[in-house]
Design a binder for this molecule. Structure first.
Ligand SMILES: *Cc1c(COP(=O)(O)O)cnc(C)c1O
Length: 814
């Protein structure tokens, strides 16, 4: 927003005392969170419980020059007052006026659960398509929504706002201010139900938001909701989603089986989407996002790409004790102005007089020339002693910051810098965009190193590659799949080792992964399997080679090449669809594809496909069919090009079971870790990964005593319990508690008893003479990774990629 004091008084029918030409761009209503006083007005909100007027003084002391309040508490020099009749109504009136000035699409989200996640996911899916504004936090209430709406400006094309209520009558007021074009109702639960007569009344209250909506997208699993909406809003476009089959959008597949992609029924259409996280809430949220993206006419491939890119929303602000008596506040989850404000608010609660800031580039969103001055202004009010800036964009603007400021191009550079080790007895705030991985700085500064580690034996990886290589012709090339942080083993460390051993190709899932490798000095060719549209730019900048799987992607990528004025034929890889039904060109598209490729400034480096069931010999016919389709279509494609790209279709188990069809290259993934579907091959492989920890404490358990949350284990005899510092936050699924899973001490397995906690779990070791500090193997030889995956009811791939980043990876090689 940007109004003069005069305009604000006129719009809201209030009385102005003082300067009528002051610009107001922000309205603050909590004096503790005012970081920038420039163009800020303080609104003293009076509610039945509290009066904001007692904070006017402190807002003025901070330098705020415009006060909006029901009373003028005193005449103060240089302070302009806007006197209002009702402080809550004031902000609502202003927001209503403000919103009416713009013509943006609007989405309003209400419901009991899932609002924030759906909002964040929609934002992440849409912000690079449409200039989008959203409500910043999970602001409930009569005041939060108006404040959020005031963020809208003329550039915005879409606004996504959460609308929460807790009492009867509240929605009506909010709907008068904000009536969304698209209304979303997430899950309805029992939150606030006690304020209502019954469930229908709660539902009806929420539905008032959609009075003037054109489309309502709602979770139709609750029959009451389903019926009420269909009766009340029968004239609107209604789209229901949910787990039940009567919905317009539901899941058809066995969604608990993580080995299969979800098959989503969308009206008459089936869409296959890869979703790793399998729980009801996530599934419902995914269905909701699909519904909305379909409303925006997104193609299915694009929807899938968007879903693949979603991040989870939880936000972590953790504080840990550091070396040299420093206190480290780590917030390396996301970075935008809102979360920066929250972090600054958070650190003010600590009693450390000297503070250091480590701050990275902001990677999403606004125009840098506008953004960084705002960042600097907020930051300068915090009186940091030293500021370390990481990243090009922010480093360029070093001069904006009033402190001893140092700049670095990446996180490692800072870690290697001696300055960091000279900080003593300070608070150190780490605030960074995720991709900068500034949690590495935290590890560097942290007092206690974790005892839990994932140990990666690089020599074993090499050995395993060689075992697979021995099944192939010597001239067959090898692509090592290092996607998903090298199957969880680590970022560039594995790739660097493989490059040193002259691997032919590396394969990653996303452009960012490839960029990370390049930034760490990896020069081997890198194929990117999921080149998202917004990343074409960096793909080219970092000399990565995209997998092209549809005409849409081909066309768009070619556009980008033209736009960047690329002169040479750019290397790409063509993915053919042969039976996986995930991504790829279909048989009948081959001729058109030849024509397009020949007319474009690209060079097809390779043509490939992926087997759906190479590890399952009962599907041999299907696999051979896939291979012959691939052979035929790739040969046809090659005959239409005037050069000869290489071909590949085999993954690890393909190498083992179908080595006759190795073509020119194979793609090895899980085999590197030491996993094989063939017992004969498995015998020759070495374990490349050990997940281990040490015993924190051993205690005696008497008969009748219980262990852990909810007393799930109760012993009927004397025994001993060992507690180990690893839990579900480390990626151990909770379902392996209560004796489902075991871990090894001295090569003997002991059952996990009780519920797995967030950071710990307990073992029943009986009278085994283990001591505190002894090593515990979560998996390696006993139990093996495969056995451990079985406890978790999943496959080794998922076990490895679920181990959280906070588990320190260490690499062994000789
Ligand atoms: C992950 C992946 C591989 C490697 O598969 P493994 O069975 O783990 O060896 C090969 N090709 C593609 C396209 C992949 O996505």
């Amino acid at each position: 927003m940007n109004y003069t004091t005069k305009e604000i008084a006129e719009i809201t029918n209030s009385t102005l005392i003082g300067d009528d030409k002051l610009a107001v761009k922000n309205i603050a209503f909590d004096s503790r969170t005012i970081f920038s006083t420039l163009n800020t007005a303080f609104l003293a909100i009076n509610t039945s419980k509290n009066s904001g007027e007692k904070y006017i003084q402190s807002a003025i002391e901070k330098g705020v020059g415009v006060i909006i309040s029901e009373h003028q508490i005193a005449e103060i020099k240089n302070v302009t007052w806007i006197l209002v009749k009702d402080s809550v109504k004031f902000i609502q009136d202003l927001a209503r006026y403000h919103l009416r000035r713009f013509h943006l699409k609007t989405i309003g989200i209400t419901g009991s659960n899932g609002k924030t996640i759906v909002k964040e996911w929609l934002y992440q899916s849409l912000f690079d398509e449409l200039k989008t504004v959203k409500s910043p936090k999970s602001f409930n209430s009569q005041i939060g929504l108006p404040i959020s709406l005031l963020e809208i400006n003329e550039k915005h094309q879409l606004g996504i706002f959460e609308v929460g209520i807790s009492k009867p009558g509240e929605m009506e007021i909010l709907e008068e201010i904000f009536s969304p074009k698209i209304g979303i109702l997430t899950h309805i639960g029992s939150a606030h139900i006690s304020n209502f007569e019954n469930e229908s009344e709660l539902i009806l209250e929420k539905l008032k938001l959609f009075k003037d909506s054109e489309t309502i997208i709602f979770n139709g699993d609750n029959d009451l909701v389903f019926n009420i909406i269909n009766n009340l809003y029968s004239t609107k476009k209604l789209i229901s989603f949910g787990l039940k089959e009567h919905n317009d959008i539901f899941n058809k597949s066995n969604w608990k089986d993580k080995n299969v992609d979800l098959i989503i029924q969308y009206f008459d259409e089936e869409i296959s989407v890869p979703v790793q996280q399998r729980d009801e809430a996530t599934l419902s949220n995914v269905l909701c996002v699909i519904a909305v993206l379909k409303e925006f006419n997104f193609a299915n491939e694009k929807i899938i790409a968007k879903l693949n890119a979603l991040k989870s929303v939880e936000m972590r602000l953790e504080s840990v004790n550091g070396l040299r008596n420093n206190l480290i506040i780590n917030d390396s989850f996301n970075l935008d102005l809102d979360s920066l404000k929250i972090a600054y608010q958070f650190i003010n609660e600590y009693n450390k007089s000297e503070k250091t800031l480590i701050l990275t580039d902001f990677v999403e969103g606004k125009d840098s020339d506008k953004l960084y001055p705002e960042v600097a202004e907020l930051t300068n009010q915090q009186n940091f002693k030293k500021i370390f800036l990481i990243g090009q964009e922010i480093s360029k603007r070093q001069k904006l910051f009033n402190a001893e400021t140092y700049t670095f191009s990446n996180t490692q550079e800072l870690i290697d810098n001696h300055q960091l080790n000279q900080i003593e007895n300070e608070l150190i705030l780490l605030k960074g965009a995720r991709k900068f991985e500034i949690e590495k700085v935290k590890n560097h500064l942290e007092l206690q190193k974790h005892d839990t580690v994932l140990e990666v034996n690089l020599n074993a990886i090499l050995h395993n590659i060689n075992v697979h290589k021995s099944l192939l012709k010597p001239e067959t090339k090898i692509m090592a799949m290092v996607k998903a942080y090298s199957y969880g083993l680590g970022g560039y460390e594995v790739a660097e080792f493989l490059q040193h051993h002259h691997i032919d190709y590396l394969g990653v899932a996303y452009a960012d992964e490839g960029v990370d490798l390049r930034k760490n000095g990896i020069t081997s060719p890198i194929m990117v399997m999921n080149p998202e549209q917004h990343s074409y730019d960096i793909i080219i900048d970092y000399n990565l080679e995209p997998e092209i799987y549809s005409f849409r992607v081909l066309e768009l990528f070619n556009e980008q090449l033209k736009m960047k004025g690329i002169q040479h034929k750019y290397p790409i890889h063509i993915k053919l669809e042969t039976g996986m039904h995930r991504l790829g060109f279909k048989t009948d598209e081959t001729s058109d594809l030849i024509e397009k490729l020949n007319s474009m400034n690209v060079k097809v480096e390779s043509i490939f496909s992926h087997l759906s069931s190479s590890d399952d010999l009962s599907e041999k016919d299907y696999t051979l069919e896939q291979i012959s389709t691939f052979d035929r279509n790739s040969a046809k494609l090659i005959s239409g090009l005037n050069y000869k790209p290489i071909r590949h279709i085999l993954n690890t188990s393909g190498i083992v079971n179908y080595s006759d069809y190795q073509f020119d290259m194979v793609r090895i993934g899980i085999g590197m870790v030491g996993i094989s579907s063939s017992p004969q091959v498995k015998k020759q492989l070495q374990n490349a990964v050990t997940f281990k920890t040490v015993i924190s404490q051993i205690s005696e358990l008497h008969s009748g005593e219980s262990v852990g949350y909810n007393r799930r284990f109760q012993s009927d005899e004397e025994t001993r319990i060992a507690t180990i510092p690893v839990g579900y936050a480390d990626g151990i699924p909770r379902l392996i508690g209560n004796k489902v899973g075991s871990v090894g001490i001295n090569n003997i397995k002991f059952p996990i008893v009780g519920n797995v906690c967030m950071d710990m779990m307990m073992l029943n070791i009986g009278n085994f003479p283990a001591k505190e500090g002894d090593e515990v193997i979560i998996f390696n030889a006993n139990p093996t990774l495969e056995e451990f995956a079985e406890y978790c009811k999943t496959i080794p791939y998922e076990v490895l990629t679920s181990i959280s980043r906070r588990v320190k990876r260490i690499y062994i090689k000789d």
